[in-house]
Design a binder for this molecule. Structure first.
Ligand code: ADE
Length: 234
């Protein structure tokens, strides 16, 4: 899978791929990353990529031409490139999206800055718009990294152990069960004894029950959905 980041600030993104799982994924050629800077495509003689809002309003907006021309140049090389814009007005990004998008060959993340991006570029060029939550960040770079990370984990071979993916939070709507490591007693808190006995059947049942409880406590919205699903499966 190829990821292209369209951004004015590629250095913010590059360092994330210099360690750990995503670094390995690049060295195994499971993913590759590339960057395009809209400033390299601007026709403005002062290399400007932003412009005041028409109709008034605070701040500047990223102009349509540099972004449109960046995307066109990417599409000229790869017609199938799948264009995703990061914006607070996009649909909320979910684990199911990460799984679905992991099947694409080439994803392009377009990150806005300033007050955002001229709406028409998104309407014309976006395959999808995504938000990572109901808050406003200073740019789309962090959201694009978040999507890239979540998608990459779902590409075969990126995680050493694919069963760890199946046990993760959201895979079955529920949050992942609490996990523990050594020491068995930490600040007077013991690990549940069943975990130490090595009966994998019992541990699996316990983990499922804990997962239900944890979801009920932290995410009652998900718990409600999970209950309905469990009822329908019976
Ligand atoms: N750009 C700024 N804020 C954002 C958000 N919450 N999600 C996606 N892109 C953004």
């Amino acid at each position: 899978m190829k990821f292209t980041f369209v951004t004015l600030f590629s250095h913010i993104i590059k360092c994330y791929f210099e360690d750990s799982i995503l670094k390995n994924a690049i060295s195994k050629s499971l993913i590759s990353i590339d960057f395009e800077n809209p400033r390299d495509f601007t026709k403005n003689k002062h290399k400007k990529v932003d412009s005041p809002l028409i109709g008034g309003g605070a701040g500047m907006l990223m102009s349509s031409q540099p972004i449109a021309d960046t995307i066109k140049s990417i599409k000229n090389i790869d017609k199938q490139a799948y264009i995703i814009f990061l914006t607070p007005s996009g649909k909320p990004f979910k684990q199911n999206d990460a799984k679905r998008l992991a099947k694409k060959e080439h994803i392009v993340f377009v990150s806005g800055r300033y007050e955002g991006i001229d709406e028409r570029v998104m309407e014309i060029y976006a395959n999808e718009l995504f938000s990572i939550g109901d808050y406003v960040l200073t740019g789309g770079e962090l959201p694009s990294l978040i999507l890239c990370d979540a998608i990459s984990r779902n590409i075969s071979g990126v995680l050493g152990n694919s069963s760890s993916l199946q046990e993760e939070s959201f895979e079955n709507i529920l949050l992942e069960a609490p996990a523990f490591t050594k020491p068995n007693i930490f600040e007077k808190n013991c690990i549940i004894k069943e975990f130490l006995k090595g009966n994998h059947g019992k541990i699996a049942t316990l983990k499922y029950d804990l997962s239900l409880l944890k979801t009920k406590y932290y995410r009652p919205d998900l718990y409600k959905k999970a209950k309905i699903r469990i009822k329908n499966e019976k």
